[in-house]
Every structure is written in structure tokens, then in C-alpha cells.
Design a protein around this ligand. Structure first.
Ligand code: SF4
Length: 512
């Protein structure tokens, strides 16, 4: 596909719901290499994947986003899509194609898992099948130079209606080479308030069957190191730069699994304690939780560790989730975190194919016995290409209609089960009640059990929403503040609809 040469590439990004650090990296990569960027951020008030509120759809202000897109006059549109964001992303792709008529590239988990499906969308011209920094930059450079764009590693292209499937591109082994992710555009949309998100590395060594990590490891085989860490100095520098601009009070380390490389974490904690020392939050895997590690984390002001329990049934964990660990190991890991004086958030999943009501109750009992500071509970969603997706099909829990729903990205792990599961009502009620149940006084537990046994899902959802400030004292409150801030930003754009297109510092520099 030969393209018209343009003087400076303008790349418009679209994302929905919350800040995405991965998209932030893509934006900063292009900006650093001289391209102009802008973001149209859809707050998704009607469905932010966490809660549905169709009556608030008008607050998304899509017409204002399209006006901003037109004013920016991009040469390329880049859309990020998790599986459950695809229904919204594909609608926006159609609108942007109609409005702008420029090439559209889609990346993110859904594009990675189902590249042929996403590329078959009439408005999509390219799909990024791997990590996007290098591939997207090459696409932008080639479009700018008017060169052929059908041979870029990591990018599948459409030419004359046919898919051109290029091999996976190389992973960037040295993460320090990447520019710090864009923050300012997200900030202007109100996407963060008191909390700064950061990645200290990429990849995870484990193979949970419900997660995309195991197939990512397969598709990246031979393309570089899947497990990578940034240098400690580089992470600290990013935090310092951002703290000089934003008044953050906490830090979320968003690595898939922060606690796997104990030596790196201990050294990081030492530097973080001296240079940053804000309360922080991270993800940890039970087998990696050791007293020395968590003591180092505590001394660096670690406030909360998020740890997956996932199921209270050892059989489900071993046979279906590939998380082969004993109950005792999980209890000990939880106690190690709690003994160090760190808050513990545990998560679990209900509605796994083949899961019985007894096994679901076992999960609630385990979470209750752990007594975490807070807990998250999800409804199993069969993400495409995962082992548990295939298992769901094999066991007859996901029929053809269900598979189509997954391809379309319908529903999500906070909404409802899309499996043909005989106990889905119980799973959905438990998912909404667990965070409340584990923090409820004993006197209220019989009432909550009655609500679960009768599958009072709507009541459970209403309580869940009303009690977010209590059941999720840290990220729940941040979520509320961010939602209010996004709403304010969205509504205030109503009163200043003719704002000029945003000019970044870099585009000013280039113009000069
Ligand atoms: S530990 Fe977390 S990130 Fe790693 S494979 Fe399991 S669910 Fe995925």
C-alpha cells in the first residue's frame, strides 16, 4: 500500500474508560520522534466496564470528540481496544472513518488475540499484533514518507480487501530506551487525580489459564525477552518528573506481577524509600510472597498488595486455572503481607466452567478467612485465545453464539456471565456480594447469605455501588474522584465547544 507523502504526521489516539499506560507509551514514542499527537478520550459513563449506567450515555459527548478529531486533522488514527472495549472502539472507528477518511490502526489485547477478525472490520486498515512502540512508529514514518506500509513487522495490513499478515516484530529488550508514557493528555481529560500509575517492567512468568499472558508468551517466542524490567533509576526518574507536574498522593505499580524478581524489588524499595516514599500499591503472586521481600516493601511505604486467590477450591486452581498451590500456601502468603503491616486486597473469580455451588462457597469462605483489607470478585469471562476459553468450548459452556459474543467483546468480567453455566446466577450474585461480605460485621452475614442464596443480583449490585467508599477504601475512592473529575471535564467542554485544536509543546517546537 503506497501512501501520499505528508510533511508532519498527525496521529490521533482514541481510548475509552480509564487511563491506559500502554497507549501512553505509544503516544510518547511518536511525540519523541517528531510526530504530532492528540487524544480523544471517551469517558464511557454508560459502561466503563466496571458499571453500566445507560442513562448517562449523553455525558460521553461523542460529538465534541469528533469535533476535536476534525480540528486536529490527523493523518492516522490509532485505536486501543481491550476485548470488552471493542464494541465501543469499533463504533468509534466507523464514525472516525466517516468523518476523517484517514487510515485507522487498531492495537490492544483484542487485536492481538483476533487480528483477522479486527482487520475484517470495514473501517480498520491495520492491526498491531504485538507491542506497538516500534511497529506504530514505523507505520507513521512510512506513511509520512509515502512508502509501502504492507511489510512492517508486527503490523497486519489490508490491501485490496486482502489481509497481509506480517511476522511478529521484535520486542524492545531495553525498556529504558522507551520515552516515559504520555500523562498530560490523560490529565486534561481528568483520568487521574491523586494516584500516579507506573510500569516498572513487562511480562509475567506464570500461566494462569484465564489470562492472556500464556498465549502472549507463545506469540512473542523468538522475538526477544518476554520478561523485562526497567532500571530502577529510570523508574524513579519518571516518578520524579511526574511528581513535579502533578500533585499525586499515591503510586500504583501496574506491572502484571511486581513481586517476581525479589532482588530487583528490594533494591527498588531502597531507592523508592529515599527518593519518593509516597504510599504505593502493586500486584503480587502468592508463591512469590516472602517475609524479607514484604518487609522491604513495607519499609518503602507499600500500602497495599493486590493478590489473586482466584478460587477457594484447590481442584479448580490446579486443574482449570493452572495455579497449582495449596490452601496453606495462600493463607501463609496473605498472613506474611498482613504481618508486615501492609494492606491486602485479594481477588477471586466465580463462574469457572464446571464450578459447582459448593466450590463457589469455598471461595467466599477462603476470602472471608483471609480477612483482607478489601477484596475484588469477578465473573469469569472467556478472553479469546486463552486456555480457559478453549476449555469452556470443550466443556460445552461456550457455544457458537457465545463465541460470537466474545469476538464482539460483549459484556465483561464485572457484568454478567456469557457462559451456559447452570450456576451463573449464583456466580453473579457472589461476585457483587463478596467485597461487602468480607468487611461486614458478623451480625449482617446471615442477611447477606440469604441474599446470595436467593440470587438477589440487583440488590447485591445496589449495595456494592453504595458501599464502594467502604469496601474499596483506596482505589474505590480514587475511582469516584476520577469519575467526578471526568464528568466535570466532559460537561465543561459543553460550554466551550469551539476550543481550538490542541497544540502540543512538541508541535510548537517543530513549527518553530
Ligand atoms: S499471575 Fe497475573 S498476570 Fe501472571 S499469568 Fe496469572 S493472572 Fe496473568
Amino acid at each position: 500500500m503506497l501512501c501520499k507523502r505528508v510533511r508532519t504526521m498527525r496521529v490521533l489516539f482514541y481510548y475509552r474508560g480509564i487511563e491506559n499506560l500502554g497507549v501512553g507509551y505509544l503516544m510518547s514514542m511518536l511525540k519523541t520522534h517528531g510526530h504530532e499527537i492528540d487524544l480523544i478520550f471517551d469517558p464511557g459513563f454508560d459502561d466503563n466496564l466496571f458499571l453500566k449506567a445507560p442513562a448517562l450515555k449523553w455525558m460521553n459527548r461523542h460529538e465534541a470528540l469528533l469535533e476535536r478529531a476534525k480540528a486536529f486533522n490527523p493523518d492516522l488514527v490509532a485505536i486501543g481496544a481491550l476485548t470488552n472495549l471493542w464494541p465501543f472502539a469499533e463504533q468509534m472507528a466507523t464514525k472516525l472513518k466517516q468523518t476523517l477518511g484517514v487510515p485507522i490502526v487498531v492495537g490492544g489485547h483484542h487485536a492481538q488475540a483476533l487480528p483477522d477478525y479486527v482487520l475484517s472490520h470495514p473501517s480498520v486498515d491495520y492491526v498491531c499484533i504485538g507491542e506497538g512502540e516500534i511497529a506504530l512508529l514505523e507505520l507513521a514514518n512510512k506513511l509520512q514518507a509515502g512508502e509501502d506500509t504492507t511489510d512492517i513487522p508486527g503490523i497486519w495490513a489490508k490491501a485490496d480487501g486482502l489481509a497481509i499478515r506480517n511476522p511478529m516484530g521484535q520486542l524492545e529488550n531495553d525498556l529504558d530506551k522507551l520515552p516515559f508514557p504520555e500523562k498530560q493528555l490523560w490529565y486534561e481529560y481528568g483520568c487521574f487525580h491523586d494516584n500516579l500509575e507506573v510500569f516498572t517492567g513487562r511480562g509475567c512468568p506464570f500461566k494462569c489459564t484465564f489470562c492472556n499472558i500464556h498465549y502472549q508468551r507463545e506469540i512473542f517466542k523468538g522475538s526477544g525477552n518476554f520478561l523485562r524490567k526497567r532500571s530502577i533509576a529510570n523508574v524513579i526518574e519518571e516518578l520524579k518528573v511526574n511528581l513535579s507536574k502533578y500533585d499525586a498522593k499515591t503510586v500504583s505499580v501496574h506491572d502484571d506481577n511486581f513481586t517476581t524478581n525479589a532482588k530487583w524489588v528490594e533494591e527498588f524499595c531502597e531507592a523508592y524509600r529515599k527518593e519518593i516514599n509516597l504510599p504505593w500499591y502493586c500486584f503480587g503472586y502468592p508463591t512469590t510472597i516472602k517475609p524479607r521481600l514484604v518487609n522491604a516493601m513495607k519499609s518503602a511505604n507499600c500500602m497495599t498488595v493486590f493478590m489473586g486467590v482466584d478460587s477457594g477450591s484447590p481442584e479448580i486452581r490446579k486443574d482449570l486455572m493452572e495455579r497449582p498451590m495449596s490452601d496453606d500456601l495462600i493463607y501463609n502468603a496473605a498472613k506474611t503481607i498482613q504481618d508486615a503491616g501492609i494492606g491486602l486486597q485479594v481477588s477471586c473469580i466465580y463462574g469457572i466452567p464446571g464450578e459447582t455451588p459448593e466450590q463457589m462457597w469455598q471461595t467466599l469462605e477462603m476470602v472471608e478467612r483471609i480477612q483482607p483489607t478489601q477484596s475484588s470478585a469477578y465473573i469469569f469471562y472467556p478472553f479469546p485465545k486463552t486456555k480457559l476459553y478453549s476449555k469452556s468450548v470443550e466443556m460445552g459452556y461456550l457455544d457458537q453464539a457465545g463465541e460470537e459474543m466474545v469476538h464482539k467483546g460483549v459484556s465483561g468480567y464485572h457484568h454478567e456471565s456469557i457462559l451456559k453455566h447452570p450456576h451463573k446466577e449464583l456466580a453473579e450474585t457472589l461476585a457483587k456480594t463478596t467485597p461487602i461480605y468480607v468487611r461486614a460485621p458478623d451480625s449482617l452475614k446471615p442477611v447477606l447469605k440469604w441474599m446470595i442464596n436467593n440470587h438477589y443480583k440487583r440488590l447485591a449490585l445496589a449495595l456494592y455501588v453504595a458501599l464502594i467508599p467502604i469496601t474499596f477504601p483506596y482505589l474505590g475512592l480514587e475511582g469516584i474522584k476520577v469519575t467526578l473529575k471526568m464528568a466535570w471535564k466532559s460537561l465543561s467542554s459543553w460550554f466551550s465547544p469551539n476550543e481550538p485544536p490542541r497544540v502540543t509543546e512538541d508541535s510548537e517546537r517543530l513549527a518553530a
